[in-house]
Design a protein around this ligand. Structure first.
Ligand SMILES: Nc1nc2c(ncn2[C@@H]2O[C@H](COP(=O)(O)OP(=O)(O)O)[C@@H](O)[C@H]2O)c(=O)[nH]1
Ligand SMILES: [Mg+2]
Length: 290
């Protein structure tokens, strides 16, 4: 395998934290003196202005704006490790609607097909907004306990958009292992983003996966599909950022802005270690191919 052949794709449901991760990664591989396992070699696709704007917003403590509503934007960065191995990391920024269509109707466009055949995948799941299965019967039982009548207005037609996070994720992973995008065994780095919001629960990333996403956990552990996987907790912001459209101002964000280096906001935990190196999971993905 030539050095150029290595390819990692970064994917996740809408609002999982993809743009924030991209912004912090772009900042970090360019921050003077930052210690990262992978360094920037070049930008293969996408433009500097766009990425610099994302990183600037990230440094300012402002949340990234919502993804454009149509068309896929692609950023491809070439990174290298200290053995001289290079890797192409692609961030397909798929509009939320297109992504939902992909899942609901199992349609893939050509650009997406290419990124989804990467031998290594980073899957981002927002640890703070995991949508748990909600059962009407359960809600009605709670109402009953509280002395309220069951709510007959609670009848909601099923739609794919209402499905729990883990159902959508498992579907997506299974989709990567069938048909013409099935390329055989692959590596998978699962990043539980917004880790700062859930670390108070004192669970290790793997434990959080098992307790909040048990279907996904079982799917991976049963080895039904040949994934070699690992889980990280990742805080790409370190805490709450402000929404510039709402003119928010938080002391928590001030504290983040006051840190000596913006990269000190980042936290990557794997159960044993914690570091600020946002490239660590990427390095794990390529380490076996060296
Ligand atoms: N607290 C916290 N929130 C985060 C972090 N990373 C992302 N978020 C929030 O998650 C939401 C979605 O992030 P975004 O990067 O826009 O997701 P995308 O739609 O996948 O690109 C935003 O409100 C972010 O501020 C983090 O490390 N900590
Ligand atoms: Mg985005």
């Amino acid at each position: 395998m030539t050095a150029k052949d290595m390819h990692i794709s970064i994917i996740g449901l809408p609002a999982s934290g993809k743009t924030t991760l991209l912004a912090s990664l772009w900042h970090m591989v360019r921050e003077p003196g930052a210690v990262t396992k992978l360094k920037l070699a070049s930008l293969s696709q996408g433009n500097y202005e766009h990425l610099n704007a994302l990183a600037k917003r990230w440094r300012a403590g402002k949340i990234q704006s919502r993804t454009q509503t149509s068309g896929m934007k692609m950023v491809v960065m070439r990174l290298k490790d200290n053995h001289g191995q290079t890797v192409e990391v692609s961030f397909p920024d798929v509009p939320g609607e297109d992504f939902s269509r992909m899942w609901e109707r199992r349609e893939l466009d050509q650009g997406m097909r290419e990124t989804l055949t990467a031998p290594a995948i980073v899957l981002i799941i927002n640890g703070d907004t995991i949508k748990l299965p909600a059962w009407i019967v359960e809600r009605n039982a709670v109402r009953k306990q509280a002395g309220l009548p069951a709510n007959p207005a609670e009848v909601v037609d099923w739609s794919a958009a209402l499905a729990p996070t883990q159902v959508r994720i498992v579907e997506l992973l299974q989709m990567l292992m069938i048909g013409d995008i099935d390329i055989g065994p692959r590596r998978l780095a699962i990043l539980l983003s917004a880790w700062d919001k859930v670390e108070g629960e004192e669970l290790q990333p793997e434990e959080l996966l098992a307790s909040k996403l048990p279907l996904l956990d079982q799917y991976l552990r049963n080895q039904r599909d040949p994934w070699t996987w690992r889980v990280w907790g990742v805080s790409a912001q370190g805490g709450l950022y402000e929404d510039p459209e709402k003119e928010e101002h938080f002391r928590e964000t001030d504290a983040l802005r006051e840190l000596d280096r913006p990269s000190d906001r980042i936290k990557v935990v794997d159960g044993q270690t914690a570091s600020t190196d946002i490239t660590q999971p990427l390095e794990w993905l390529i380490s076996s191919c060296r």
